[in-house]
Design a protein around this ligand. Sequence first.
Ligand code: F42
Length: 151
Amino acid sequence: MTPISTADDYAPSPAQWVRDQVEAYEGSAGRLANTLRETGLAIIIVTTKGNKSGKVRKTPLMRVEHDGEYALVASMGGAPKNPVWYYNLTADPDSVAIQDGPAPFDVSVREISGDERALWWERAVAAFAPYADYQLKTQRQIPVFVASRQS
Ligand code: F42
């Protein structure tokens, strides 16, 4: 099976600002468009496999990294529903890649809960304080995944 980091059946996001950020980040090997607008806060590009279309999807997320692992926070600005990339991760947790710099690498993800989630949630809010506000805005517990490099 082709690793998702090299798959090429890419279907861009319908959201122009998201599409543009992915294009600028990838086109500059991570030197440009690597923050959330002018916040100066770092982002990563997460590649997933569409659980319905099978297409390659690319989603900028805030960079929450610790000892080489990353938290992927399905905040969607505190909206009542999960972002749909959440369902791509749950459907195929080993067809995921992260780009945090020049080139993407394949990762496996798992959704976390309990004390482990609390620890990573603290790290996430430290990296991007608005996550705490988003959680206050919604009844949904914002899902958190941990991504680890595939060996
Ligand atoms: N979103 C977050 O949730 N957390 C963040 O930390 C975050 C940071 C961030 C930083 C910069 C930036 O530019 C955007 C950022 N976003 C963040 C927004 C994020 O990039 C996504 O745009 C947002 O989370 C919404 O994700 P989404 O997957 O719901 O996007 C929708 C709009 C989308 O792309 N829909 C596609 C469409 O055509 O309508 C389909 C995408 C898809 O994956 N389809 C699946 C398939 O099979 O192809 C089916 C999915 C299903 O089960 O329905």
